[in-house]
Design a protein around this ligand. Structure first.
Ligand SMILES: *Cc1c(COP(=O)(O)O)cnc(C)c1O
Length: 391
């Protein structure tokens, strides 16, 4: 079958890569040892710090988000120290498992993974740690596996209320450059991010932004490490910054993506994500009226502006819907992962996205619902149009 038009990746990562970024990356290699290239890298890291709203330092890795997770752990948590992890979904549990594999003890706070974290439970766990062995509270800002936003601010308040010195370390992989996030003003000590979500790049570059308290801990603390070590990455040469050959083309792409975000303006970027998310939620609410489809997130306030997770009645197979959208219409949606494997359909709506793309994606999903006889309320796409028209 010949497919016309262009495919859409409505996955919660990787996201659609803008033409401008693709073109910026389509360049031969350059000598990365020049002053000009070092300045290019420095400009990207400075802009990333600005994007995170921190005066701290940003360390960049030629690695996935999972690499940046490990970087944060080995720089911040020493032998015999513990981390506290609210289990909000597949990504929170994955980070906790990684900590355990590194020999770090994990205190877990179980949740039903359908609401935002309860700060009271976090505060109680912190108070129970009388010996102050918890070094970091690890929290995922947008849990991509559930479509739920967990505001870091009440977590900072819980740390302060308990008088606990643990660092607040936030996974912002599915929120940076898409929804508001102010590291320093919100009291976040370190933040983990990746290239292939809000930053609109291919996967393969990740970052940790470290504020003053995190930098102080890393100076003398942490686990044995080399590649991830922040202390070896403070030089000005790009070879030092990356502890090896810088991923040249990714940096060209990153520069372009950061320029695009600056041209649009961060408040406008956030407003666009909110607007498109509202359109998606309006469509889903409409489809939900027939009782076979619902929002995975039970708390409307906590539904993320970057990804929406849909639940289905037991007799419906979301994987069939996904396959139809992908194979027949060239629109890729995410499926359930972790404990929700095979049970969810996740609509990614972050990064390089506009009204035409989101309406196209919702239209294709409506078409697949109709073709596979999934009971759904009519008028979902209309509802999305109305939400957009309302502003
Ligand atoms: C995508 C994602 C990750 C994993 O990133 P990789 O680059 O695939 O390692 C981790 N956390 C969150 C919240 C994510 O959305």
């Amino acid at each position: 079958m010949i497919r016309r038009g262009r495919g859409l990746v409505q996955l919660p990562g990787p996201t659609n890569i803008p033409e401008r970024v693709l073109r910026a990356m389509h360049r031969p290699s350059v000598d990365f040892g020049t002053r000009a290239f070092a300045e290019l890298v420095a400009s990207c890291l400075d802009d990333l710090a600005r994007l995170c709203w921190t005066r701290g330092r940003v360390y960049a890795y030629a690695a996935l988000g999972h690499g940046a997770w490990e970087a944060a752990l080995v720089n911040l948590v020493g032998p015999g120290e513990m981390v506290l992890v609210p289990e909000t979904g597949r990504f929170a549990t994955g980070w906790a498992e990684m900590a355990e594999a590194l020999g770090i003890r994990v205190v877990r706070i179980p949740t039903d993974m359908r609401r935002s974290i309860e700060p009271e439970a976090v505060e109680a766990a912190l108070r129970a740690d009388r010996e102050r062995r918890i070094r970091c509270l690890l929290a995922v800002h947008v849990e991509t596996s559930t479509g739920i936003r967990h505001d870091p601010r009440p977590l900072r308040a819980a740390l302060d209320a308990a008088g606990h010195p643990a660092l607040l370390v936030v996974d912002a992989i599915a929120s940076l450059a898409a929804i508001p996030l102010e590291m320093d003003t919100w009291g976040v000590d370190a933040l983990v991010a990746g290239s292939q979500k809000g930053l609109m790049l291919p996967p393969g570059l990740s970052f940790v932004a470290a504020g003053p308290r995190a930098l102080e801990v890393a100076r003398t603390g942490g686990l044995p490490r080399k590649y991830w070590d922040w202390r070896g990455r403070d030089g000005t040469e790009s070879y030092e910054r990356f502890y090896g050959t810088p991923p040249v083309q990714m940096i060209f792409g990153l520069r372009e993506a950061l320029d695009m975000l600056a041209e649009e303006g961060l408040p406008a970027v956030h407003a666009r994500h909110l607007r498109l998310a509202r359109a998606v939620r309006a469509a889903v609410a409409s489809w939900a009226e027939a009782g076979a489809i619902g929002f995975h997130c039970r708390d409307p306030e906590a539904r993320a502006d970057t990804v929406t997770a849909l639940t289905f009645a037991p007799e419906i197979e979301p994987e069939r819907l996904r396959e139809r959208c992908r194979e027949r219409y060239g629109v890729a949606f995410g499926g359930g992962i972790g404990p929700f494997r095979g049970r969810l359909l996740r609509i990614g709506h972050m990064g390089d996205l506009d009204e035409a793309m989101i309406l196209g994606a919702l239209g294709v999903l409506a078409l697949a619902l109709a073709e596979t006889d999934v009971p759904h309320g009519r008028g979902g796409v209309e509802a999305a149009v109305e939400a957009l028209a309302a502003g």
